[in-house]
Design a protein around this ligand. Structure first.
Ligand code: PMV
Length: 365
């Protein structure tokens, strides 16, 4: 498929008004996306577990304008409050997606959005937020063109979400999603996420992700800036090729249920991501002292007890602690006894692999 497959075939009869609502989850990457080409095309393929508890719920009420507007007409409410400062991001998203959603200037939109996790938790809401928004817009497109089939609906939602935030393209469906073209993964694409197409051992079903909130403040360097710093980065070429190799290695690990192999790749990916930040120009560090304390504690605990527990990191200081269902009791006890002390105000979120986004309600006027 190419980008042109997502260009809509003109506007058919536009409904007068309606309301759509979706809940979309966050995701945690196992092989990380860090570095992109133009139009949010990833510099390397990535793969993630879709999460369950961490999610954004968004509704859009749409009212048709008498004449198409010169610019996008929308209001944005976040957790019940009008948020002017969130508007530029949505405006940019509308601009990027207008070519694929030609009805955008024909409506006035009221966008109401909220997260299941606290806004100031240091958890990025861009993946779940952009995924929920893209799904709402697809539901409107489906009202206009009811012939759209499910497969296309979800592919295009992922395609659109990706234009808002790259990793959002992996937040549409569950439970293990691969995004970015790879020679060895059939139907993999730079344009949208796909279900991981190979065998996945039961060890990796029901995986848990306990998110330790080490630092709830705004991070000092945004992902957008971080991605850009991969241009001309001295280790970029090696890094992109390493991501391909790690994705290839995961194939037999997923099939056989090899938890040690999984841990090695996942932790190496997290540390490589942060190593790229530390070796960019300008360089930066997003980990905090407590991030390192937690990592060392996890290593010591794993060594001593042989529990298959590991960590990964996003572009921030919070630590995602990953473990299979079989290690749940031991892991939770360990987290409570030894790791919670390193979380800001003792806060953490118990999450697990989820099944993807859900439509909550649709009312057509
Ligand atoms: O989707 P973005 O542009 O915020 O980039 C996210 C990148 C990481 O979260 C650090 C890695 C990933 O693959 O999710």
């Amino acid at each position: 498929m190419t980008e042109n497959d997502f260009v809509s075939i003109g506007t058919l009869a536009l409904p007068m008004l309606g309301k759509v609502c979706w809940k979309a989850p966050s995701n945690i990457a196992l092989v990380k996306y860090w570095g992109k080409k133009e139009n949010q095309i990833p510099a390397n393929p990535s793969i993630s577990f879709t999460l369950d508890a961490c999610a954004t719920t968004t509704s859009i009420t749409y009212t048709r304008l008498e004449d198409s507007a010169a610019d996008f007409q929308f209001e944005l409410y976040f957790e019940g409050e009008l948020k002017e400062d969130f508007k530029p991001k949505i405006h940019t998203f509308f601009k990027r997606t207008e070519k694929f959603l030609p009805f955008l200037k024909s409506y006035e939109f009221i966008i109401e959005t909220s997260n299941s996790f606290p806004h100031s938790s240091g958890i990025a809401s861009s993946a779940s937020g952009m995924a929920a928004l893209a799904l709402c817009l697809m539901s409107i497109e489906k009202e206009i063109n009811p012939d759209i089939e499910d497969d296309f609906f979800y592919k295009k939602a992922s395609f659109l979400a990706r234009l808002g935030s790259g990793s959002a393209g992996r937040s549409i469906e569950g439970d293990l999603i691969q995004w970015g073209s790879s020679l060895h993964i059939p139907n993999s694409s730079d344009l949208f996420g796909i279900h991981y197409p190979f065998e996945v051992h039961r060890n990796f079903r029901n995986f848990h992700d306990t998110i330790l909130l080490v630092h709830k403040g705004q991070k000092t360097v945004s992902s957008t800036v971080g991605h850009d710093l991969m241009y001309g980065h001295p280790f970029a070429k090696e890094r992109f090729s390493q991501a391909h190799k790690n994705l290839d290695k995961l194939k037999s690990i997923f099939a056989s249920g090899d938890l040690s192999g999984f841990i090695e790749i996942v932790e190496s990916e997290a540390l490589t991501l942060h190593a790229m930040m530390m070796t960019s120009l300008p360089y930066f560090i997003l980990m905090k002292p407590n991030t390192l304390e937690i990592i060392n504690r996890i290593w010591a605990f794993r060594d001593a007890t042989k529990t298959p527990i590991c960590f990964t990191l996003d572009a921030g200081a919070n630590v995602h602690v990953l473990y299979p269902e079989s290690a749940k009791e031991k892991a939770i006890q360990f987290i409570q006894d030894e790791l919670v002390a390193y979380c800001e105000n003792g806060h953490y979120i118990c999450d697990r692999i989820g099944k993807g986004a859900k439509q909550l309600s649709t009312t057509i006027g």
